[in-house]
Design a protein around this ligand. Structure first.
Ligand SMILES: *Cc1c(COP(=O)(O)O)cnc(C)c1O
Length: 396
C-alpha cells in the first residue's frame, strides 16, 4: 500500500496506461508561502497566529462554538474521551464499520466498546439499532459520518437526550457537509475533523476538536495544553500558569497550521472540483449500476454530499477481489475500506457475539474509486470504462 501511494500521477505521460492512483494529495500552491511566514514569525510551536486563523475560520464559517486545532482527528477524539470523563466500566456505542480511531480513544480511558451495525442503504450507523444497545452503563454514542454523508442526527440526539448520553461526531470525512442545513461536527456535544492527506482538506496529519457544549470549553483548552492553564494565562485571565488537570501534547506546530490555512482559503475551490468528479462518476455509472444491481452511494434527503468518496457496493467479496485485480492490471488503483472492528483480531474476543450483517457486507463488498482534485476527465473516463468492461468479465 505505502509503495503504490508514492507512485507519481502524471496524466501527461505518453503511455496510454499510466498509473491512476487512488489518491493524490492536492497542494494549492500557497502552502510554502504560509509556512515561510510562520518560520519568519519566530513562533514555531503551537497556538500561534496561524492556529488562531484556522480555528477562527471554523468558528465563523460554520458557527462552531469553540474549535481547537489538534495533531490528528485521533487526538481530537482522545480529548473528547477525557472531557466526557469516560472511565473503566463505562460503555460507549460505536459503529463497527469505521476506522480504529473512532474506538481507540474511548478504550484508552477504560470503556467497553459496544459495536453497532450500519444502515442497509448507507454505511453510517443504523440509528434505529442504537436504543437496544443502551444499558445503565452507557455513557456516549459516537457516530461516524461515512463518506461525509450525515447520520440521522435528530433521531440520535433525541435518543441521547432521553437517556442522558453524550454524542460525539467523528466528522473526520465530513468537512463542509450538512444535516438539515446544519454543518456536521456542530450537532453533537463534541465533534472531530481530520486533515490527514487522504481527506478533502489536508495538512499531512492534523485534526480539529469542535466543542459545541459550553460546559466543556474551559477544560478542553487545559487538556489541549498539556494539563496547564497556559491559554488562560496568555489571555491575561490568570496571573500565573501551572498544572491544573490531566492533559497531553495535542496541539500541532504553527508550520502545520500555516499549511492548513492555505488549504482552508481554497476550500470552496477544492470542493467544487471534487463535486464535479463525484457527479461525473454518478452520471456515468448510474444506468450501468442499475442494470448490474450494484449499489452506488446514497445521500438521504436530510444530508448533503461533500464528495469525499465515491464507492460501489458489489455483490460479494469474490466479485470485488476480482474487480480490484482487473483494475490493477489496467494500472488503476481502486481500494476496499474498513474491516468490521467487532471482527478484528484485537476485538473479536471482547465482542458480545452479536452479528452485524450490514457492517460485514460493506467490509466485503465496498469498493472505492480514485477521486482527487487533479484526476483528469480523460482518466476518469478510463476508470469508468475499465470498470464496466471488467465487471462484464467478472460476471461472465
Ligand atoms: C481519517 C479518519 C480518522 C482518523 O483521522 P486522523 O486525523 O488520521 O487521526 C478517524 N475516523 C475516521 C472515520 C476517518 O476517516
Amino acid at each position: 500500500m505505502s509503495i503504490s501511494r508514492k507512485v507519481l500521477y502524471n496524466p501527461n505521460l505518453k503511455a496510454m496506461e499510466h498509473k491512476i492512483p487512488f489518491n493524490k494529495p492536492f497542494l494549492t500552491g500557497k502552502e510554502e508561502h504560509n509556512i515561510g511566514l510562520a518560520m519568519k514569525s519566530g513562533h514555531l510551536s503551537g497556538n500561534g497566529s496561524f492556529t488562531q486563523k484556522c480555528q477562527n475560520y471554523f468558528e465563523s464559517q460554520y458557527r462552531f462554538r469553540k474549535c481547537l486545532l489538534t495533531s490528528s482527528c485521533t487526538d481530537a477524539l482522545e480529548i473528547a474521551a477525557i472531557l466526557l470523563d469516560i472511565q473503566a466500566g463505562d460503555e460507549v456505542i460505536v459503529p463497527s464499520y469505521t476506522f480504529v480511531s473512532t474506538a481507540n480513544p474511548f478504550l484508552l480511558r477504560g470503556a467497553k466498546i459496544v459495536f453497532a451495525d450500519s444502515r442497509a442503504d448507507h454505511p453510517g450507523i443504523d440509528e434505529l439499532s442504537i436504543e437496544a444497545l443502551i444499558t445503565p452503563k452507557t455513557k456516549a454514542i459516537v457516530v461516524v459520518h461515512y463518506a461525509g454523508v450525515a447520520c440521522d442526527m435528530d433521531t440520535i440526539m433525541e435518543l441521547a437526550n432521553r437517556y442522558g448520553l453524550w454524542v460525539v461526531e467523528d466528522a473526520a470525512q465530513a468537512i463542509d457537509a450538512y444535516y438539515k442545513g446544519r454543518p456536521l461536527g456542530g450537532i453533537g456535544h463534541l465533534g472531530a475533523f481530520s486533515f490527514h492527506e487522504t481527506k478533502n482538506i489536508i495538512c499531512g496529519e492534523g485534526g480539529l476538536l469542535v466543542i459545541n457544549d459550553e460546559r466543556f470549553i474551559k477544560r478542553a483548552e487545559i487538556i489541549w495544553e498539556k494539563g496547564t492553564n497556559r491559554s488562560a494565562f496568555f489571555r491575561g485571565e490568570v496571573d500565573k500558569y501551572g498544572w491544573v488537570d490531566i492533559g497531553s501534547s495535542f496541539l500541532p506546530s504553527e508550520l502545520i497550521a500555516a499549511f492548513l490555512y492555505a488549504q482552508l482559503e481554497n476550500l470552496s475551490f477544492i470542493q467544487k472540483r471534487r463535486t464535479e468528479i463525484w457527479e461525473r462518476y454518478y452520471e456515468n455509472l448510474k444506468g450501468f449500476a442499475m442494470e448490474q444491481n450494484i449499489m452506488l452511494p446514497y445521500v438521504p434527503e436530510y444530508a448533503t454530499n461533500n464528495s469525499h468518496m465515491f464507492y460501489l457496493v458489489l455483490k460479494n467479496v469474490q466479485e470485488r477481489t476480482t474487480l480490484i485485480q482487473q483494475l490493477k492490471e489496467k494500472n488503476i488503483h481502486a481500494v476496499f475500506h474498513y474491516l468490521s472492528l467487532h471482527k478484528s483480531s484485537f476485538y473479536k474476543g471482547k465482542h458480545d457475539q452479536r452479528e452485524l450483517p450490514n457492517s460485514d457486507s460493506y467490509t466485503d463488498c465496498l469498493l472505492r474509486l480514485p477521486l482527487f482534485f487533479e484526476l483528469t476527465e480523460q482518466d476518469q473516463n478510463r476508470v469508468v470504462e475499465t470498470l464496466k468492461n471488467s465487471l462484464s468479465i467478472v460476471k461472465n
